[in-house]
Design a protein around this ligand. Structure first.
Ligand code: ZN
Length: 203
């Protein structure tokens, strides 16, 4: 499986990192070795001193597809959950300045903690989902899927023009405002509509 992620899908977050709001989705990949499941602890890597959390709503692809039209895109995922797109911001910043790719800043081992998945049919409206992140029981990020710049269907349609989606692939749909640093000893809890899906420690 692979992880497909979108940068800058919430305008307030694009602004906080001084990035322009994009005209088309900014896409990057994380390898399968980035996945961290079952709320296992995240071990702080020694190549960075600025690991930042980005809480995101994630979609699990339910069947293979390419050149998917936006109209049918919703039939290509049936479960959603929460994920953290851990980012080595210091490495990303250096690479951005030189115009280099982000892989090492975004795709390192365990950089994608993912929650269990919930059937999308459990939610009345996929575009009115509140989600939030607590760092040591203090709320640090809060978003609502109504604020996405590119809908889930648009992301699926766009990506599948270039990359075949396969059953089991995960799409990270972008982070809202409020990204920040983690430190060893921190505890992160992620909530989707008041259900706690993520709860793990930084070690
Ligand atoms: Zn992200």
């Amino acid at each position: 499986m692979k992880i497909i992620a979108v940068g800058r899908n919430y305008s307030e977050h694009a602004k906080e990192l001084n990035n322009p709001v994009p005209a088309s989705p900014v896409i990057f990949l994380k390898p399968d070795t980035a996945v961290l499941k079952d709320n296992k602890p995240f071990y702080y890597p020694d190549f960075s001193t600025d690991i930042q959390y980005e809480l995101e709503v994630i979609l699990k692809i339910s069947k293979e597809g390419k050149h998917i039209s936006e109209k049918f895109a919703r039939t290509y995922f049936d479960e959603i959950g929460l994920g953290i797109d851990f980012t080595a911001r210091d490495i990303q910043q250096k690479h951005k300045e030189k115009g280099l790719p982000w892989e090492l800043a975004k795709g390192f081992d365990n950089s994608a903690p993912v929650s269990r998945f919930i059937p999308k049919t459990s939610f009345a409206d996929l575009y009115n989902l509140n989600f939030r992140l607590e760092l040591n029981e203090k709320r640090v990020q809060e978003g609502n899927t109504k604020d996405v710049l590119f809908s889930f269907e648009k992301l699926i349609a766009y990506v599948s023009q270039y990359i075949t989606l396969k059953k089991g692939d995960i799409i990270f749909t972008g982070t809202p405002y409020g990204v920040g640093k983690v430190n060893i000893g921190d505890r992160l809890c992620g909530y989707l509509e008041n259900e706690k899906l993520l709860d793990f420690e930084i070690k």
